[in-house]
Design a protein around this ligand. Structure first.
Ligand SMILES: NC(=O)c1ccc[n+]([C@@H]2O[C@H](COP(=O)([O-])OP(=O)(O)OC[C@H]3O[C@@H](n4cnc5c(N)ncnc54)[C@H](OP(=O)(O)O)[C@@H]3O)[C@@H](O)[C@H]2O)c1
Length: 260
C-alpha cells in the first residue's frame, strides 16, 4: 500500500474493536503514526503490537473519552511521542435501543456523554496542537441523518454530533483545518452487543451490513483529503436523499417496523 499519510500523526478513539480498530490499522498501513484510544487496555496492546510488527508506528493509551482530564493527557502524550497531531478520528460510541416513550434519562445521558461529549473533549484537547491541513473526522451514522423507530435516543446523539461538526467546520476553516462527518450504515462489528437496551427488547431484523474495513477506507480517505459529508455506500446516500425529499413517505414505510 502507498504510504500516503507518511509523516502524519493520527489519534483514533474506540480503537479496541470494530470500525476504530480497522481505521487504526488502515491509517498505519498508509504510513501515519497512530495513537489508539479506548478503555480495553489489553486489546489496545494486542492491536498496537500487531501494527508495530507490520512495520507501523502505534501507541496504545487507555482512555475513557468521557474523562476530560484523561483525554487531555492522552493528546499531550501523543504530541510528546510523535511531535504533533494532524488527524483526530472521533469514533468511540455506543448504541441505545428503546422506544422514545420508554427511554430512561440515565441511559440517554450516558450515551450522550460518550457519543457527543466524548468527541467534544477530544477535539477541544486536539485543536490547540493542530496546524494547517489538520483533519477532524467525526463518525456519525446514516440514522444521524434520518432517525428511525426504536433507536431514537441513539439517533439524537448522532444528530447532536453532526451539529457540532457543522459549526466547528466553519469556525476552523480559516485555520486550514477540515471537519468531516462520516455516515456509515449497518457495519459488522460488536456494536449491537455493546448497545444499551431500555427493556429486554428482542434484537429485530438488521441488514447484513458492510465490513468495518470498508468504513475504515472511507475514514482514511477523509484523513488524506478532507471532505464534508461522507457516505460509505451508494444505498446509504440514496436513503438519505429519499428521506429528505419524501419524509412522510418514509414515516409510513417505517410504521410497520415500529410495530414489531
Ligand atoms: N456498527 C454499526 O452498524 C455502526 C453504524 C453507524 C455508525 N456506527 C458508529 O461507529 C462507531 C464505532 O462503532 P463500532 O460499530 O465499531 O462498535 P464497537 O465494535 O462496539 O466499537 C466501539 C468502540 O468504542 C469504544 N468505546 C466505547 N465507550 C468508550 C469510552 N467511554 N471511552 C473510550 N472508548 C469507548 C469501545 O472500546 P472500549 O470498550 O475498549 O472502551 C470500542 O473500541 C460508533 O460511534 C458507532 O456509533 C456504527
Amino acid at each position: 500500500m502507498k504510504e500516503t499519510l507518511k509523516g502524519k500523526v493520527a489519534l483514533v478513539t474506540g480503537a479496541s474493536s470494530g470500525i476504530g480498530e480497522a481505521t487504526a490499522r488502515t491509517l498505519a498501513e498508509r504510513g501515519a503514526a497512530v495513537t489508539l484510544v479506548a478503555r480495553n487496555e489489553e486489546r489496545l496492546g494486542f492491536i498496537t503490537r500487531e501494527i508495530s510488527a507490520a512495520g507501523g508506528q502505534a501507541l496504545a493509551l487507555e482512555t475513557d473519552v468521557t474523562d476530560k482530564d484523561s483525554v487531555r493527557d492522552t493528546v499531550e502524550r501523543t504530541v510528546e511521542q510523535f511531535g504533533t497531531l494532524d488527524i483526530l478520528v472521533n469514533n468511540a460510541g455506543l448504541g441505545l435501543s428503546g422506544r422514545v416513550a420508554e427511554l430512561r434519562s440515565e441511559d440517554l445521558r450516558y450515551v450522550f456523554e460518550v457519543n457527543m461529549l466524548g468527541p467534544l473533549n477530544c477535539l477541544q484537547a486536539s485543536l490547540p496542537h493542530m496546524r494547517r491541513g489538520g483533519r477532524i473526522i467525526n463518525v456519525s451514522s446514516v440514522v444521524g441523518k434520518r432517525a428511525i423507530p426504536k433507536v431514537g435516543g441513539y439517533c439524537a446523539t448522532k444528530f447532536a454530533l453532526n451539529a457540532l461538526s457543522d459549526s466547528l467546520r466553519v469556525e476552523v476553516a480559516d485555520r486550514g483545518i477540515t471537519v468531516t462527518s462520516v455516515y456509515p450504515g449497518t457495519t459488522r462489528t460488536a456494536f449491537r452487543e455493546n448497545s444499551r437496551r431500555t427493556k429486554d427488547e428482542k434484537r429485530g431484523w438488521r441488514p447484513k451490513g458492510i465490513t468495518p474495513e470498508k468504513v475504515a477506507e472511507k475514514i482514511s480517505d477523509a484523513a488524506e483529503n478532507g471532505g464534508r459529508d461522507l457516505y460509505v455506500t451508494l444505498p446509504d446516500r440514496l436513503f438519505i436523499v429519499g428521506t429528505t425529499l419524501a419524509p412522510g413517505l418514509f414515516d409510513r414505510a417505517l410504521r410497520r417496523w415500529a410495530k414489531d
